[in-house]
Design a protein around this ligand. Sequence first.
Ligand code: S3P
Length: 446
Amino acid sequence: MRAISRPVSRLDGALRAPGDKSCSHRALMFAGLAEGVSHIEGLLEGEDVVNTAKAMSACGAQVERLSLRRWRVTGVGAQGLRAPETTLDMGNSGTGARLLMGLIAGQQITAAFDGDSSLRSRPMSRVLEPLRQMGARCDSNDGLLPLTLEGAPLTGMEYVTPMASAQVKSCVMLAGLGASGDTIVHERRKTRDHTERMLKAFGVNVGQSEDGEGGQRITVRGGQRLKASDVLIPGDPSSAAFLWAAGLLVGDGEVSVLNVMSNPTRDGLVEAVRRMGAYVDVTWESESGGESLTRLTVKPSTLAAYNPEDDVVPNMIDEFPLFAVLAAFAEGDTVVTGAEELRVKESDRIAATVAMLVANGVYAEERPDGFLVRGCGRNGVPGGGVVTTHHDHRIAMSALVMGCAAKAPVTIDDAAMINTSYPDFFAHMTALGADMVREGDAESDW
Ligand code: S3P
């Protein structure tokens, strides 16, 4: 299903960000493993998270949707997960697949995993390797899905993550909960810390110490029991970014996003656009489940190029396609380095991002670990291209945001994947005044 975004002159309004994807996956998994009944409010009901809900229920947790975004999970308690009878289909989600592998390996049950064509091409060896070192057995030789984990007792270990990855860190930590002894994960660059924060909310003792060089060591003792907890899912800063980035680029108006989680491991794009000269106001609203909720307001801004330092990269890892769009509207050249992890996201995001810009008349170059974007500045972004999304929701949404402020409409070849993370994207963008339609939508003037 194609979609088109036509240029508009004004975006205005205040909207609530949808529930955070990372926190939604974790809430379902931890509640499913806990003793007792947990209520989850504000769950993201995107396809990725729904697949995690189905997987947890296939493993014996009682997962019920009470009403819009309100879920009740009756957990199985320590070592209570049962082997699923069918293959766990994790769809498009690396987070769902990799975290669940850790959880399941720690439960010593056998489970088969699979996913869509994008997930089947993404490396699983990064989690299988540490799991094998802990004693897990897995039949995948090529390190790709589909694969089967066979139940085996695990032993805690110290593991240094070879790449900045919250999924790898979390997988090892969750396996560690079901292993004997202590499991220590050492990450040289801090990545998103929702597993650490939420496990604590479920009563788990998580040791954290700085390594003095920008990284940290995390310790979990095996055999700890999770206690049911009520979770309010904060708004997703990565989804909110599409709304406010459009607000920065379009010539007139003011866009506010409410309920946006602010967390140092996720705030890289906000910091980056501030350095580019953007008007962004972040106001603290409340605290929830160890996370801060904020209201973020932007006004149309003239942007200057800015090169994010390597240590900022993990804090904006999901935002690079959108950052590249902002860079295309800025004055000057932007160079991104140290971002080789983008090659193994839902698509090869270095190649897909550069192709997205080039198709719309922007000069951009691939680099092995990043890209260069020549900002169009005052001349404006030409637009008028058709973008290949490669089953990647963030490429799709970034391209549509570009269309709001380009000189000619931007088309994407497939809008379907947007449902994995942001089912209300079109409704929200249109509410702000964007002119975006999907082919086949009722009343669409495609
Ligand atoms: C996530 C971690 C990141 C991020 C992904 C969500 C998580 O992946 O890109 O969207 O919830 O732990 P990596 O661990 O591969 O960096």
